[in-house]
Design a protein around this ligand. Sequence first.
Ligand code: ATP
Ligand code: MG
Length: 893
Amino acid sequence: MLIGEPTYRLVRGAVEVEPVEPLELKGKSERVPAYRLLSVRSGAMLPRRLDAPLVGREAELALLGDALARASAAGSARMVTVVAHAGVGKTRLLAEFLRSASREATVLRGHCLPYGEGITFWPLTEIVHDAGGIGEDDTPDQALAKLRAVVADEPDLVTERLATVLGLGEREFPVEELFWASRKLFESLARERPLVVVFEDIHWAEPTLLALVEHLVDNADAPLLVLCTARPDLLEVHGEWSESASAQRVELQALSTDQAGALVDNLLGSELDRGARRRIAEAAEGNPLFVEQMVSMWIESGLLVQRDGGWVPAADLSAVDVPPTIQALLAARLDRLNRDERGVIEPAAVVGRVFYRGAVETMTADELRAELDALLGALIRKEFVAPDHDTTLPGEDTYRFHHVLIRDAAYQGLLKRARADLHERAAEWLAAAMGPRVVEVEEIMGYHLERAFRYRDELGPLDDHAHRVGVRASTLLGASGRRALARGDMPAAANLLRRASGLLPRTDPRRLHLLPDLGEVLLELGEFQEAEALLSEAILEGARAGDRRLETEATLVRLAVRFAGSPDSLGPSVVRDVERALAESEKLGDHRGIAKAYRLLGTIHGTVAHYEEAERATLRTIEHARLAGDQMLEVRNFPPYAIVAAYGPRPISEALERCEELLPAAQGDRRTQAVVLCVLSHLHAMQGSFDEARREYRRAQVMLDDLGVKVLAASTSLDSGPVEMLAGDPAGAERELRRDLDRLEAMGERFLASSVTAYLAQAVVAQGRMDEAEALSRKCEEVVLADDAEAQSIWRRVRALAIVDRGEDRQAAKLAREAVEIIRRTDSPVLQADALVDAAEILQKAGWDAEGEPLLTEALDLYERKGDLVGAARAREALSRRATLGTPDLAGG
Ligand SMILES: Nc1ncnc2c1ncn2[C@@H]1O[C@H](COP(=O)(O)OP(=O)(O)OP(=O)(O)O)[C@@H](O)[C@H]1O
Ligand SMILES: [Mg+2]
C-alpha cells in the first residue's frame, strides 16, 4: 500500500514505511513524494474515537443557524457567545455548526492565548492570515499583496494598518484605526457571501480585544456573524458582556445522563454493558470531555476489552474508583504513560497548547531524540495530541494538544525546576527559529523567560544566570509594553509593564526607568494609588542614585496623577511644583520631561478656563514631544491644543494657521484629525467662511462615523451647532444638536450631553420658542457640572431670555448678571463676548439699558481682538440699533 506525504505526516509515529519514487499524479505539475507502508506498529489500531458523532445540541445548532440567517437577511452584524465550563463542548458545537455553515458563508477563526502572554491582537492575527490565505512560505510582500487583494474598500489604508497586526508594519497605529481596518476587511469579505468570524476562548482575551469584538458587532454594516466561546469566568469580570440587542448568550448545559451514555456508545462504536455505561455517564456529570477520557482510560488500563467486535468490561466496573474531577482523571491518564512518552509530552506542554516538533526536539533528553517521532506517534494514538498546522513558523511540524486541559495536566506534572529549564529552552528555540522575525513573538519569549525566572525565584536564592534570565524577560516585556502604550492599548500596556518591572530587583535602574511610563498608563486607567506608590519609589530611588532625569520625570507624572485625583484642592501649589520640575528638565535638556511639564501646566490652566496660558503650555508640549521623538505624546495633545486655541485669546487667523499644520501631522490618526477639523470649522465660521466651515465639520462627522468612535461621533454638534448659529441658521443648529443629544442619551453619556443641551437651549430660544427653551435650561441646570463656566452661563442667559418677555424682569436681570460674572472667570474672549451680548439684550428688555450698553461695547472690543468677524458685526449692529431707537419704551417692557 502506498501513502502520500500528508498521510505519512499524520501517522508517521505509528507506521513503518520506505520511501518510493515520487509519483506523477493527475492534476499535479510536480511529482509528489510517496511511501510504501511496511507495517503498522502494535497498538496503533485503536479505533479513532474522538470524532464520534455529536450528541444532542439540536436547539443550540438551530439557534446558531438562526443567528446566521438573521445576519444574512438583515445584512448586519450579530453575535452569539457560547458559555460553558471546560470540556462541555463549546468548541465542538461551533465546529459542528461551521461545517454546515461553511457551505453558505466564509468562516474565519482566531483563538485567544491561554497563559497570559498579553498579546492583545493574537486572534486577529490568525484571522487575518486566514482571510488573506496567507501561507507559511509567503514573504512579507506576498503576504501583504494577498491581504490587499481581498480588501475592497480603501485597500491601502486597511492593509497598512493590518500589517502592524501581522508584525509586518513599520509604525504603530492607534487601536481605533486597527478596529476600523479589521471591520473594513470583514465588510469586504462579507460583501461576497455572509461571513462568520470566530473568537475562541475570550475568557482569556485582553480587554482591548473584547472592545474590538464589540466594535465589530456594533458597527459592521454587512452580513457578519461573530461567534465567541467563553468559560463562565468571563462573566465574573465582564458581567455585561453580550447584552446588546444584536447579541445573544447561550449557556451550554452539560449532557443528560442518557446523552452521556449515548456518547459512550458512540465512542466505542458499539453498545456497552449498561452498568458500565451508567458508571461513566454519572461520574462525568454530563461533561463529554470527561466521558471521552474515562473511556480512553478504561481501554488503556484493560478494564474494557474488545470481544466479538465490541467492547466489554473485564471486571465489575461499578466498583472501580472514578477520579473526582476531570483534572484528576487527566492526571491519572498521564500517569499511565511510560517515562519516554512523558519525556516528550511534558516539554510539549511547556511550549503551549500548540507546539512545534523542533522545539520539543531541542527540549527533550538526548536519548529520546532518535525516538521522537515514534513517541509523538504514540501520543497521537492515545489521543493526547494531534497534528496541526500553523502559519507562524514556516516549515515547522506543528501539533496541538487534543484539549487544553490535557496540556495543563501534563504541565502540572512537572517539577518547578524542570519547568524553569524547559521554559528557558523554549524561549531559546523560539528565538533561533524566528530569526529576524523574533519581534513578532516578543511577548511569547518574554512570557517563557518570565516563567523560567519565576520558578527559579520560588525555588530559592537566584544565581547570576537566573538574574540574567529575568533581565532578558523584562527587556522583552518592557518593549512590548511600550509598543502597546504607543497604540493606546492601555490595559495591555499595564499588564506588560507591570510584569516587566516585577522581574527586576527593586532598585535596578532598568526597573526604575520603566516606572514613569507605567505611571502614565496607570494614570490613564485611573489606578491612582498604584501609580502614586510606584512613582514615589522611582523618585526616591532616582534621588538616591543621583539620577536627576528619572527623578524629575517621575515627579512630573506623579504630579499629574495627584492633579487628576483631586483637581480642585490642588491648583497653585501644583503649578509651583511643576515649574520647578520644568526648570530642572530644561537644565537637563530632557525634552520628554519638558513636554510632560507643559502638558500638566496646560491641563491645570485648562481646567480653570485660563485659555491663554493653557494654549501656550499645550503648544510647548507639542513642540517638545516632537523634539523628544515621542509621537504619541505629540499627537495626543493636538485636540486639547486646537480647543484651547479656539477659545483662548489667540487671534483666529493665527489659531487657524496652527491647527491647519496639525492636520497632516496627525496622519494615520483620524480621531485626532476629526477633532482638529471640527475646531477649524468653528474658527472658519467665526470668520464668516460658512461653506468651508460646513465642509469641514461634515468631513469630521463622516470620519468619526466611519471610525465607529461612538461618543465622539455623537458630539460634533458642539462645533457644528455654533457654526450654524454663526451662519444665522438656528433651526439648522437645532437639527445638529438634537441628533447628537438623542445619540448621547441613548448611550447614557452625561458629560457631553450637558453641553449639547446648553447649546440646544440657545438654538431654541433663538427661534422664539420660549417655553421649550426654558424647559431645556432647567434640564441643563440639573445636569451641568459646577465648574463648567460656559454651560453655567448659558443656561442662565437662556432662562433669562425666556422669561424676560413675560414680565419676570428682576429675575431675568439677576440671571444675566450672574451669567456675566461666571464667564468672567474664564479668559476666553469669545465666551465672554457672547455672554455680554446676551446680557445686554436681557438687561435692555428688563429695563436696565444703561447697564447693558457698556457690555456691548466691551463685547465688540473682545470680538475684534479675537478676529471674530461675525460676532463683531452683530455687536456693532446691536449698538447701532440702540443709537437709532434711542431709549426703549420702559412702560411697554
Ligand atoms: N455534544 C457532544 N457530542 C459528542 N462529543 C462532544 C460533544 N460535546 C463535546 N464533545 C467532545 O468533548 C470534548 C470536549 O469538548 P470541547 O473541546 O468542545 O469543550 P470546550 O467547551 O470547548 O472546552 P474548553 O473550555 O476547554 O475549550 C471534545 O473532544 C469534543 O469533541
Ligand atoms: Mg474549547
